[in-house]
Design a protein. Structure first.
Length: 315
């Protein structure tokens, strides 16, 4: 059987066999990995520019260690013999994954989408369309506050000491900072998703606001790699604003859902309201008598003679 015909082979219900699913998954993964590999190779030629871009937030000592006095500046260096090679590979691979993300994300979506309903696809488009700018906004904010956070951390260095920062550690620190901010900005979107599925109501989220504000500040203090108040406030502030935006959206969505279905907010074990107001009784209508059976239609004298033990049922 030709390969193209075998690929389109389906059962009577229109479903693909397991072997075809695995074959398609293999092809999708191969295309995604190929795109990442190609972009990684291209990014290797620009690795020096990428490393310079990621290490720009560090205040450099132009004259080297001779001018590194206290926390005014720092010197970026490689600490081991393999550090230049491993750092170049790491930066190139990271650029390959990010730049090729439209390709491998599309391959992932193309594999999953045939199993989704039309409404599920619509919700997926909406959430992905909101998640991408939120993550990008968090990543950009992290890169903006990195110079301030680094100045605060380097300022603790006593006078007469030099700050020598390993470039690979600095890149890991920058990437963690960007990922933490980007993923944290997705938390309000998660609450909206839970509200859309009916798990959490907007009224309940309003009651959580004190605990959420406290928890967000604690979360910012724990997960922020800089461990300074600037990074904590910069992370917690936007998340709190996004949380209240999610609450407002959930309240509007709950009102719309309640208008369409008055019992939408009831629990599974909760009875709906029943109108117990007495209603007026209509005028009693005359009920015609039932047609008599042939045995009952005879004369009264005949029926009286045919009764048995006082009953007129002929059976």
């Amino acid at each position: 059987m030709p390969k193209s015909a075998r690929k389109l082979e389906k059962d009577p219900e229109g479903r693909m066999p397991l072997a075809d699913h695995l074959r398609e998954l293999r092809n999708r993964l191969a295309k995604g990995l190929l795109a990442i590999t190609v972009v990684t190779i291209v990014a290797a030629f620009y690795s020096e520019d990428l490393m310079r871009f990621l290490s720009d937030p560090v205040p450099r000592c132009e004259g080297g260690l001779g001018e590194s006095t206290g926390g005014s500046c720092a010197v970026v260096s490689f600490n081991t013999l393999l550090s230049p090679f491993t750092t170049t590979v790491k930066v190139s691979l990271m650029a390959g994954i990010i730049v090729a993300s439209p390709v491998w994300l599309y391959q992932l979506w193309a594999f999953v989408a045939p199993g989704l309903h039309k409404s599920e696809r619509r919700y997926t488009y909406a959430f992905v369309g909101a998640a991408v700018p939120l993550f990008a906004g968090g990543a950009y904010l992290a890169y903006v506050i990195l110079p301030i956070s680094m100045k605060v951390l380097l300022g603790i260095t006593p006078d007469g000491s030099a700050n020598i920062l390993a470039l690979d550690d600095l890149l890991d620190f920058t990437v963690r900072m960007v990922l933490v901010f980007g993923i944290s900005f997705e938390l309000p979107l998660l609450l909206i998703m839970l509200n859309m599925t009916g798990v959490v109501t907007g009224r309940r989220m309003v009651g959580w606001w004190r605990g959420v504000v406290m928890g967000v500040f604690v979360f910012g203090a724990v997960v922020t790699p800089t461990t300074d108040p600037v990074g904590m406030i910069a992370l917690a502030g936007p998340i709190i604003v996004l949380y209240f935006i999610a609450v407002a959206f959930s309240l509007i969505n709950d009102r719309r859902r309640l208008r369409n279905n008055p019992d939408a907010e009831l629990d599974d074990d909760e009875a709906s309201d029943i109108d117990l107001t007495p209603a007026g009784v209509d005028e009693v209508a005359a009920v015609p008598s039932a047609r008599a059976l042939p045995e009952q239609a005879s004369s009264a004298s005949t029926d009286k003679d045919r009764r048995l033990n006082g009953f007129d049922d002929v059976t």
